[in-house]
Design a protein around this ligand. Sequence first.
Ligand code: NAD
Length: 334
Amino acid sequence: TPVDQLTLAAAKQEIAPLREQLIKWGQEYYEQDNPSVEDYVYDRAYQRLVELEQRFPELKTSDSPTQHVGGGPTSELTKVTHEIPMLSMGDVFSIDELMDFNQRQQDNGDVSVTPEYNLELKIDGLSLSLVYENGRLVQGSTRGNGNIGEDVTANVMTIKSIPHQLPEPLSLEFRGECYMPKESFVKLNQEREAAGLSVFANPRNAAAGSLRQLDPQVTARRDLATFMYYVPEYQKLGVRTQAAALDRMRELGFSVNPHNRVVHNRQEITDYVEEYTAQRDQLSYGIDGIVEKVNDLDTENALGNTVKVPRWEIAYKFPPEEQATVVRDIVWTV
Ligand code: NAD
């Protein structure tokens, strides 16, 4: 039933089990690295919850998954506090919705936004924070619940693409995505299957399971890689745009995804989305969408965040590939 046709009583009946289900799926995904449903199933249910809460704000609760960054720091790893929270990201599922988002951003009334965006691939891994002091890597941590993450310093030291020492004595935090290349994921699962171990559901969960290990030697044997994409304190890097921040990170020796592009209008955005929707299977790593970021960093800063997501970036999510697999499986079963 569309939400605008629901009575409050009917919405109330629907919302509690829906929220409970999403919390359970969230725990499986974020904490156990072992989801029991495909992402599009989660996304659909999440979207329904958003709509219900928008239509009936009195049914909103503080423990709702819409109010928190997913995943608690539940493992036995040491906890780390993020001085600058690591947030989630809003998402849209069509170019029209993306253009609506941009329009609302333009109309925000407080901050003047020039429509210049940096488009990036949305890497399907888990967020990673790296802290450097005087150019030396001193801490690596996961996002966790956004405020408190897990200390994975010893583990990140084993990842080849992460520099231990920068060419400049910077004291700065860099953020990005830790992922497992598709080929390494297939190989790891083959090995695990042969050894009678459980297999990972997808490369994202394999990356998360491999990074969040108590024993760094286990992480060292897994083929993890990174793409860095964010510097919260960009002023210290002397850059004014997101595209320039990516270039600076490249210069500093980080692995940065080469496919970003600065765009200004619907046509350019559509071209990029279409190009990478077509190319995504050929990439050696998984992507689940495109990220659009306001290119000017002072504007970004001024736009700020909601409790859960930045106002200056949004994810365009690809239509689920998995659905095709599901259909195929059904055909095979029949
Ligand atoms: P998200 O993972 O969809 O998006 C935010 C994240 O995108 C950031 O934290 C960052 O790590 C990442 N990212 C990748 N490339 C980036 C780039 N270039 N620039 C900036 N950030 C980039 O959001 P989320 O809240 O962490 O998780 C929601 C996702 O998790 C949904 O896709 C959902 O389907 C999935 N999920 C699935 C289940 C399940 O049971 N299958 C359960 C919970 C969540």
